[in-house]
Each structure stands twice: as structure tokens, then as C-alpha cells.
Write a protein that binds this ligand. Structure first.
Ligand SMILES: Cc1ncc(COP(=O)(O)O)c(C=O)c1O
Length: 432
């Protein structure tokens, strides 16, 4: 256990290793893109995925098999997938949709994009995902759907959520942007809700620059999502339901995946599980190494949740180090070279500008004005106390996505840094 002057006061940092580069494109990824581009010289449909074509069809088939769902659409981003999932779910102007305040904003903005009104249910204090007990009291006759997120890779409580959805005839959309490969009771997330949406953007567990997927087992939802975001060339080939064939036109969002992303995605699908296993092993090892360290504790997750760890949340424990703030603790560790940060979410979503002022792109007042009880929908501090406390006082982020291979020396350095700074609480209190 090392002592010595804290790095924040001019001492030598305890951590000398860095996290591996992320995203990291393998030689095979690069070769897949190169081969495809050469093919594109002879066959223009390789680069133009408008009408679907061989590349997109293969990718969607393989992703569907990889995930265990019937239908998959590849998209330009995770946000695009979420938007057309909300449209497919039939969310109309003024409809209410229950969601979580503890996520990246797009778990909520997809609802607004479809004209819906986000209604925020608080999160569970240990899993940090939407708390099923908080959902049911928020359901009204205008509630259409639930959009949940598996935050940081931690699966939401799918059994309870699906039971509520069934009781109230609601569509469930899973935002799996941070959870590709996470397991709930041994089954992949994205296979529980009516629609599962993924991102393969550059920071995600499978990172192909930009892209996403929607997955479903429901033909009707699949065709509706296609209609919202795909080119008529593809729609002509795939839309089978008569009511939808009549609607084929170019009044669409251009949400198809880029061919370069698709080529990489096909290759990366072969090793995303392997990288996720490393994430799991590294996080388990760090949990061991940090056992008993004052000021921080891991989340207490039930055994049936098996996150693929896009991002690892920990809990700050101020009682262990009286007089030391979370900010002082993090600053001192950062100076030691620990890749640690405070709250990932920052301001909980329900307390952001859009909601405090009820102002979205459609103009001031919309979509709330389109709901007869919209005036009564207000967003205030105290609405979601667990999420608020998590953001403002407790949350610490350390580890995850970038740890896709063995990082033992880095983890040992991190543990040494924690021991070093927590052995000197009086100095920690002086951190500016
Ligand atoms: C939880 C969550 N949802 C949605 C998205 C949006 O994905 P994309 O950046 O591919 O649009 C992200 C991206 O960071 C995310 O973390």
C-alpha cells in the first residue's frame, strides 16, 4: 500500500497505465470495409443501402440471430432507432409515455420527437433503472407506452415492467444503447419489450462509428418502423400489409445505416460477446480490489442481472470520510490518474430546460398543449428523489466500455490510488 504525497498536491501519480483505446477497430474491421468498398466499384448497391440490398439484409439477419428476435432494421443511429420505435408504437401528439429521468437525453427526446409527453418515474436506488413500483400510479387513459433504459448496461426489471404493460395494454420500448449483450435472467436485453433499440455509435460496447438497430418479433410494428424511416425502394420489397403498402412514399426520415458502418458491424458481431466477457471480468476484479475502501461501494445488484458494463456506476459514501465531498474525492483520484468521474447524467432529465419550461421544438407549450390535462403536468425538484440524490450526491462512474481486454495492471494501479488517497482524509479535505 503506497503512501506519499497526493498527486493533486504535487506528488507522483499512483496510476501509470492507461485504459485501452476505445473504440478499437481490428485489422479485420478495416479489411471488411476495404473489401466492401472495392466491391462497391463493381456493384453500386453495396454503398447505397437505400433499397436494402445484400449487405443490409445479411447484417439484419445476423443481428436478429445474434439477439434472438425475428425482425431487425439497421439504422443510422440509436436515436434514429428510438424515434421510429416511438412512431411505430403509435405515439400521437399529446399521448403520455412513462420513462426514466436517469439516462442519456435521447431516452426521453424520442418521445417528444413522436409528439408524446414524457412522464418521469423514479429509479430504483441500487439498479438505477426505472422502478416498476413508481410506474403504475402514473398511468392515465392517455398513457401509450413505457420507454426504459438499461443504464450503463444494467438490465431494468423486465418481468415486473412487462406485467404492468400487459395489465394496461402499453407498448414497451427498451433503450439498449448502453447494454448490448447484457443479460436478464440469462436472456439478452432487447428481447423482452415490444421493441428493442440499440446504438453502435463510437462509444458503445459494439462501436462502428455511427449506427443502430431496432428489433421486434411483431410484424406489424416492424412494418410501421420501416415505413417511418426507410427508403421506398426497400419498402416496396418488404411491406406486406395492405394498409401500409398504400402509404409507401418518400415522406420518411432518412434513417438507414451507412454501408461502412454495416460492413464493420457484420464483423464486430463476431467478437462483441468476447469483449463483453473481458468487461465483466475486469469489473469483477476491480470490485474485489476496492472491497473495504472508504468512500465508495459498488451497486448491490440482484443475481439475475448480468450487465455487459458499458459504464460502471458506484456509490459515494460520505459517512466513511466525514468532511470530504464527492468532488474532492474524485479530483484527488483523477490527479492520481484514475479514470473516474462524477454523475454521468448530471442534471436529471425531468429538471432540464425543456421540461422546466415545457418548451420543445414544436413551439412553446407543445406537446403538452395537445393533452386536455397537459396544464397539470409539471416537472419539479422532488418528483424523482432517488434519481436526484443519485445525480447530485452519490453517483461515481469508474470503468466499463474501454476495458474490453485484460487491464489488470491498470486495475491494480487504481486500487493503489484509492488506498493512497483514502489513507489521508485530512489532505482530502483540503482539496480545492
Ligand atoms: C441511453 C442512450 N440512448 C440513446 C443513445 C443515442 O444513441 P446514438 O448516439 O447512436 O444516437 C445513447 C447514446 O449515447 C444512449 O447512451
Amino acid at each position: 500500500m503506497s503512501g506519499g504525497r497526493l498527486a493533486i498536491f504535487g506528488g507522483k501519480p499512483a496510476v501509470t497505465e492507461k485504459s485501452p483505446p476505445w473504440p478499437y477497430f481490428t485489422d479485420e474491421d478495416i479489411e471488411a470495409v476495404r473489401r466492401g468498398m472495392l466491391k462497391g466499384r463493381e456493384d453500386w448497391t453495396w454503398a447505397c443501402t437505400a433499397a436494402g440490398g445484400e449487405l443490409t439484409e445479411r447484417l439484419e439477419r445476423e443481428f436478429a440471430e445474434w439477439l434472438g428476435r425475428k425482425y431487425v432494421i439497421s439504422t443510422s443511429s440509436g436515436g434514429a432507432a428510438l424515434h421510429i420505435a416511438c412512431m411505430a408504437a403509435g405515439i400521437q401528439l399529446g399521448d403520455e409515455v412513462i420513462t426514466t429521468p436517469f439516462s442519456w437525453g435521447q431516452t426521453s427526446s424520442c418521445i417528444l420527437q413522436a409528439g408524446g409527453i414524457p412522464i418521469f418515474a423514479d429509479i430504483h436506488p441500487e439498479t438505477l433503472t426505472i422502478d416498476p413500483e413508481k410506474i403504475e400510479p402514473l398511468i392515465t387513459e392517455r398513457t401509450k407506452a413505457i420507454v426504459l433504459v438499461h443504464i450503463g448496461g444494467i438490465p431494468a426489471d423486465m418481468d415486473a415492467i412487462m406485467a404492468i404493460a400487459e395489465r394496461h395494454d402499453l407498448i414497451v420500448i427498451e433503450d439498449c444503447a448502453q447494454a448490448q449483450g447484457s443479460l436478464y435472467r440469462g436472456r439478452q436485453v432487447g428481447t423482452f419489450g415490444h421493441l428493442g433499440c440499440f446504438s453502435v455509435g463510437s462509444g458503445k460496447n459494439m462501436a462502428v462509428s455511427e449506427g443502430g438497430f431496432i428489433a421486434t418479433d411483431d410484424r406489424d410494428l416492424y412494418e410501421r418502423a420501416l415505413l417511418a424511416g426507410m427508403h421506398p425502394g426497400r419498402l416496396q420489397k418488404e411491406i406486406t400489409l395492405k394498409a401500409y403498402r398504400e402509404r409507401i412514399d418518400s415522406l420518411i426520415y432518412t434513417y438507414r445505416m451507412n454501408a461502412l458502418s454495416a460492413a464493420m458491424a457484420l464483423n464486430q458481431l463476431r467478437y462483441v460477446h468476447e469483449r463483453n466477457e473481458w468487461r465483466r471480468r475486469n469489473v469483477a476484479k476491480l470490485r474485489e480490489l476496492l472491497k473495504g475502501v472508504p468512500g465508495i461501494r459498488p451497486l448491490n445488484l440482484p443475481e439475475h442481472l448480468d450487465p455487459a458494463w458499458h459504464m460502471v456506476h458506484w456509490t459515494f459514501v460520505p459517512e466513511d470520510l466525514p468532511g470530504v465531498t464527492r468532488e474532492q474525492y474524485i479530483k484527488a483520484l483523477q490527479a492520481e490518474g484514475v479514470p473516474i468521474s462524477g454523475s454521468y447524467v448530471g442534471t436529471p432529465i425531468h429538471l432540464r430546460y425543456t421540461f422546466l419550461r415545457k418548451e420543445w421544438w414544436l413551439g412553446k407549450g407543445y406537446p403538452w398543449r395537445a393533452n386536455p390535462k397537459g396544464d397539470k403536468i409539471v416537472y419539479r425538484t422532488g418528483d424523482c428523489p432517488v434519481a436526484e440524490r443519485r445525480c447530485f450526491e452519490q453517483d461515481i462512474v469508474l470503468g466499463g466500455g474501454a476495458w474490453w481486454r485484460d487491464v489488470t495492471p491498470l486495475l491494480e494501479g487504481i486500487a493503489e490510488a484509492f488506498h493512497k488517497v483514502t489513507a489521508q482524509p485530512q489532505r482530502l479535505r483540503e482539496v480545492p
